[in-house]
Design a protein around this ligand. Structure first.
Ligand code: 5GP
Ligand code: MN
Ligand code: MN
Length: 473
């Protein structure tokens, strides 16, 4: 794993030339300093492994927040050509299907925010962790199917939000092609009691303030001003998405041989996009994506209700975007428009200014890209740029450098809570262990990661946000 050849071909652009079974090169948008230590983290080898997948085009990409993941690295982007035997792989999406981030803005300056009262309200209003319930309790498969087909749009139809919210969601809040028939009974069972809940660990709801505006024009278009209060929500498809990934990895693991596919790591189990197994996964994945989007919509409304009660102001949605998803998109490859299956795992789509998929209000500025850092450091709003790279993709966070276990060994939850409170960050409702596992030191330096993503030409920074209070799952 340590003998992967890496060539620095430009600043923040490392190339792993194709060798052995690799069909394309690996390209990692980072510096040597930000690259995880190959003795402890196999993500570079995973970039190499992904490059062997049938139908992969251009390169096996990794973002500056790259680190080890199941099969594919977290921070990886890989596209396959649908018409030329390209495969889809559940490991290229990850277990938390459509995990993503939503950012809401408040018409409030941080100096006028009663943060403790807001945090107490959020603490009561945001279900999280195992057994603490959810905004919705669904009666059975029939009701769940409406969520799986309708995503955020269904939540809005049921009174949780307004039509304007949907314009500010990737895909208008509902991913086409969901097939509830491909969702197992076990996944349904896990999904019934979790829609409208944060989950644990890395998932959070954070009150933040704009610390610095870095692109005046885009910030104005996004409605972001210095000192402004924001709410960032990071969660996904909970147990339902996890079960769907588990189920379909198993199905593909059994089916691969019949398609003559062999992969260097079983965790890369895959099937042609245009095969029964490929279509089944994409249908189930879209269902999970819609579940994840409804989940974020319900939590955003719960947070907005708290803000209205405490401050008299509701929250307004800037954008909602997934960072774990495979999508069928058209891109130009070698001068030809091709239909690709673009896997983004721990990577965010970043559409450039002018892109037709953007709503009119965002078209001139480009797509907002939402980058959480950690509960004790900055987070960012970025935007897509013309040109860009990796099929219009960029990073999704700071990226882990310590495992949960390592982090929990390095600090106690109590000590961390005290330190955060000393920094003026209010903390609500995480277990001591859960808190320690998410210590800021467990993550890369988000400022350096964003600088690398910008330096590589993948995106532009629009605003830097700092935490005021965090509700941890
Ligand atoms: P992932 O989706 O890979 O679990 O997490 C995305 C990113 O969220 C991580 O790479 C990390 O940078 C960031 N993150 C994790 N916990 C927190 C938190 O409590 N607050 C903020 N702002 N970011 C976090
Ligand atoms: Mn997640
Ligand atoms: Mn995530």
């Amino acid at each position: 794993a340590v003998d992967v050849e890496v060539v620095e071909e430009a600043p923040f652009r490392l190339r792993v030339p194709a060798q052995g079974d690799m069909r394309v090169d690996g390209v990692v948008f980072t510096s040597h300093e930000l690259l995880p230590d190959p003795a402890e983290d196999g993500s570079l080898q995973q970039v190499v492994n992904v490059a062997t997948l049938p139908g992969i085009v251009e390169a096996s990409y990794a973002m500056p927040d790259v680190h080890w993941g199941y099969g594919f690295p977290i921070g990886g982007v890989a596209a396959t050509d649908v018409e030329r035997g390209g495969v889809v792989s559940p490991g290229g999406v990850g277990f938390d299907i459509s995990c993503g981030v939503r950012l809401l803005t408040a018409d409030l300056d941080r100096s006028e925010l009663p943060i403790e009262r807001v945090m107490d309200g959020l603490d009561r209003a945001v279900p999280r962790g195992a057994g603490s319930g959810a905004v919705w309790q669904l009666s059975g498969r029939a009701e769940l199917e409406r969520v799986l087909l309708g995503g955020s749009r269904y939540a809005v139809e049921r009174g949780h939000g307004e039509d304007r919210d949907l314009e500010r969601c990737e895909d208008g809040g509902v991913l086409a092609g969901a097939d509830p028939g491909q969702v197992s009974a076990r996944a349904v069972e896990r999904g019934l009691e979790q829609v409208g809940s944060l989950g644990s660990g890395n998932h959070f709801l954070e009150v933040q303030a704009v610390d610095e505006v870095l692109d005046d024009v885009a910030a104005a278009a996004f409605g972001l001003a210095p000192g402004q209060v924001c709410v960032m929500i990071h969660t996904g498809s909970r147990g339902l998405g996890h079960q769907i990934c588990t189920d379909h990895v198993r199905i593909m693991d059994r089916a691969m041989r019949a398609y003559g596919i062999s992969v260097p790591d079983r965790q890369l189990a895959c099937a042609p996009v245009e095969s029964p197994e490929g279509r089944a996964y994409l249908g189930a994945m879209a269902a999970a994506a819609n579940y994840g989007r409804a989940n974020r919509q319900l939590l955003a409304e719960a947070a907005s209700d708290v803000f209205e009660r405490v401050t008299g102001q509701r929250l307004s949605l800037l954008y909602d975007v997934s960072h774990n998803l495979a999508k069928i998109e058209e891109h130009e490859i070698g001068g030809e428009r091709r239909r690709l299956c673009v896997h983004r795992k721990g990577a965010t789509r970043a559409l450039p200014p002018g892109h037709p998929d953007l709503p009119p209000a965002l078209r001139d500025a480009g797509q907002p890209v939402l980058i959480p850092g950690s509960m004790g450091t900055a987070s960012y709003v970025l935007r897509g740029v013309v040109g860009g790279g990796a099929f219009h993709s960029t990073c999704h966070g700071a990226g882990r450098v310590q495992s949960r276990k390592q982090a929990a060994r390095a600090i106690t939850g109590g000590a961390l809570r005290k330190r955060l409170e000393g920094q003026g960050i209010a903390v609500r409702g995480a277990s001591a262990r859960g808190l320690a596992e998410e210590a800021p030191e467990a993550y890369k330096d988000v400022d350096a990661v964003v600088a690398a993503a910008e330096g590589a030409g993948l995106c532009r920074a629009v605003a830097r946000l700092v935490p005021l209070g965090v509700v941890k799952g």
